[in-house]
Design a protein around this ligand. Structure first.
Ligand SMILES: Nc1nc2c(c(=O)[nH]1)N[C@H]1C(S)=C(S)[C@@H](COP(=O)(O)O)O[C@H]1N2
Ligand SMILES: [Mo]
Length: 221
C-alpha cells in the first residue's frame, strides 16, 4: 500500500472525523423517497465522478483473474473466459457516494454476484465477504447483501466496457449501499466466518453503509 496517495487518504479520514464531530444529517430530514437524505443528484448522462486512492491499475483482460477464496467448498480462480461464461445481464441502478453525490439510472452490464458466489459454494459458516482489488483496496459486505438479485460484478457502463478509472475490467456494484462498498478493479472475493473491516471501514467509515439511513461514518454505528 506504499503507492497510495497518502494525502488523499488523510483528507478523507479527516472528513470522517470532522463530519462525525458535527453529528449526522445536520439540518436534513430523512426522506423515504428515491434520493437518500443528504445527497445531491448528479448528471451521469455522459460520465460520473471518479474516486480512488490515486492508483488506477491497468489490468489487460488476458491477465485479469478472479480468485474465490476462504470459507467455501470450491475455491477457484476464474479467468475472463470462465467469468463471462457464467452469464451476462444488464441492470439499471441508482448510485450513492458518501461524498453526497448520487446518480439515477446507471446502465450496468455484468455477471450477477450471486452466480459467481454459487460457483464457490460458501459453507454455512460464511457470513461476510471481503472484496480485494488490484490497487490494494478492500471492502467488507455481508454475504446476504452480495446474494441480492441486483448485486453485480460489472464489466460495462452505458454500453461500453468499463473504463479503467471506473474500475474496469471488473468492479463490484452493490447498489443498495454507499458506493465505497462497490470495489473497483476486483481481483478476489474472500468468504469469511466473521465480519472484518475493509480499507475505509477502518478509517472512520461505517461498517455497513446504508445510504437511506445515512450510515456514513463509524460514529453512526
Ligand atoms: N479498488 C477500489 N475500489 C473503490 C475505490 C477505491 O479507491 N479503490 N473507491 C470507492 C469509492 S470511495 C467510491 S465512491 C466508488 C467510486 O466509483 P467511481 O470512481 O467509479 O465513481 O468506488 C469505490 N471503489
Ligand atoms: Mo466514496
Amino acid at each position: 500500500m506504499s503507492e497510495i496517495n497518502q494525502r488523499l487518504v488523510e483528507a478523507k479520514e479527516k472528513l470522517a472525523r470532522t463530519r462525525a464531530e458535527l453529528g449526522r444529517g445536520v439540518g436534513e430530514t430523512p426522506s423515504e423517497g428515491r434520493l437518500p437524505p443528504g445527497q445531491k443528484l448528479t448528471d451521469s448522462s455522459k460520465d460520473f465522478p471518479v474516486l480512488d486512492l490515486g492508483i488506477q491499475p491497468e489490468i489487460p483482460l488476458n491477465a485479469w483473474k478472479l480468485e474465490l477464496v476462504g470459507e467455501c467448498e470450491n475455491p477457484q480462480t476464474l479467468d475472463w473466459t470462465d467469468f463471462e461464461a457464467i452469464g451476462i445481464i444488464d441492470l439499471i441502478t441508482d448510485f450513492h457516494c458518501v461524498t453526497t453525490w448520487s446518480c439515477y439510472d446507471m446502465p450496468w452490464r455484468g455477471v450477477p454476484l450471486h452466480k459467481v458466489i454459487a460457483l464457490a459454494k460458501p459453507t454455512d459458516n460464511a457470513t461476510h465477504v471481503m472484496f480485494h482489488s488490484y490497487d490494494g483496496y478492500t471492502t467488507n459486505v455481508p454475504l446476504a447483501d452480495c446474494m441480492q438479485e441486483d448485486s453485480l460484478l460489472a464489466t460495462h457502463w452505458n454500453g461500453k466496457p468499463l473504463e479503467v478509472k471506473h474500475g474496469g475490467p471488473v468492479r463490484g456494484m452493490i447498489p443498495h449501499l454507499y458506493a465505497w462498498k462497490s470495489a473497483k478493479w476486483v481481483k478476489g472475493i474472500e468468504f469469511m466466518t466473521a465480519d472484518q473491516r475493509g480499507f475505509w471501514e477502518v478509517r472512520g467509515y461505517h461498517n455497513y453503509g446504508d445510504p437511506f439511513t445515512e450510515q456514513r461514518f463509524s460514529r453512526d454505528e
